[in-house]
Design a protein around this ligand. Structure first.
Ligand code: ZN
Ligand code: ZN
Length: 308
């Protein structure tokens, strides 16, 4: 990213954070999140503590900019917030129904059975997020550049070949439903690949924690018992957290896709907050291979450097 674009990106994060703070105050929530986005020497952007944060403290919450249930959860969770729903309803509440209008009104106009079937048989989850983003763009509530702020990634030519079919199905689903060339002009193969590559390294697999809200927030454990994955989501602020195999912060989901970022130990003002992108219980070689293949970097955290 050029330095000008970078500065612009950061400015929009700051104004976004300020918006969040104002919203928090308006809703009577006590404090502004004790964090800021800055630059690290080695890993580009990072999230830093603006004051001391105690072990177990809820640092902030984060709503996704994009989410989608897994296909196996389609009939058991809310199509917007991924909360469990009792009976076959698409949404858990009127609020979710309203908020989902930005993609659902467009999505409903097309027949997604072939696209979903292909994703199901191939075990693909990221194309579902691209589908939702594409519907949101067509409805005018997002732009094709929405995810440009996220870290880009490159894909091997083999991976690009594998993406071809899902791309063609996505495009033909819109075409068959009568969307005009103008409406889907953004949906080029290049756009699809760029967006999917960013989604691949920035998305979180959502596993809802089991247990009461209070119990989970009080628990200092790095991981809590969780259900199987109910979906995947992309966050803006949370995507700026760098990785550490021995993290000082943790992301968790209690009852919905809205993420909670929690301190795992005492963190000093100015210290960088890091989360673990992978299963931290893996051994040194497995961690490094997973991070290199999945996220494209060689981990140089203290734990990896000490060969643990
Ligand atoms: Zn909901
Ligand atoms: Zn590491």
């Amino acid at each position: 990213m050029s330095s000008l674009r970078r500065r612009k990106a950061l400015l929009s994060i700051y104004s976004w954070s300020n918006g969040y703070a104002t919203e928090s105050k308006r809703r009577g929530l006590t404090s502004v999140p004790p964090i800021e986005v800055g630059f690290t020497e080695s890993a580009g952007r990072g999230v830093f503590a603006t004051r001391r944060i105690g072990a177990g403290e809820l640092i902030h919450t984060d709503k996704p900019i994009l989410s989608h249930p897994s296909l196996s959860s389609l009939h058991s969770v809310c199509y917007f917030c991924l909360k469990n729903v009792a009976s076959n309803l698409p949404f858990c509440s009127d609020e979710c129904r309203l908020q989902s209008k930005i993609f659902y009104d467009t999505e409903k106009q097309a027949d997604w059975s072939r696209f979903h079937e292909y994703c199901r048989t191939q075990g693909l989850k990221y194309p579902l997020l691209v589908k939702r983003l594409a519907c949101t763009i067509i409805s005018g509530a997002a732009t094709p550049e929405t995810l440009d702020i996220l870290q880009p990634a490159t894909l091997s030519s083999e991976m690009i070949l594998l993406m071809e079919k899902a791309y063609q199905l996505l495009r033909s689903t819109f075409e068959d439903a009568g969307f005009t060339d103008e409406q889907i002009a953004f949906l080029s193969k290049k756009w699809y690949i760029d967006v999917l590559a960013r989604i691949r390294i920035n998305s979180f697999r959502i596993e809802l924690a089991l247990g009461s809200y209070e119990d989970i927030l009080l628990s200092a454990a790095a991981s809590v018992e969780a259900e199987a994955a109910v979906g995947n989501a992309i966050y803006m602020l949370t995507s700026f957290y760098n990785h550490d195999c021995d993290p000082n912060a943790h992301i968790l989901w209690i009852e919905s896709v809205n993420a909670k970022l929690k301190a795992l130990r005492d963190i000093e003002a100015g210290e960088e907050l890091r989360i673990c992108y992978i299963d931290a219980s893996m051994d040194h070689d497995a961690r490094r291979a997973t991070l290199s293949e999945g996220f494209g970097f060689d981990c140089r955290c203290a734990r990896c450097m000490s060969n643990d």
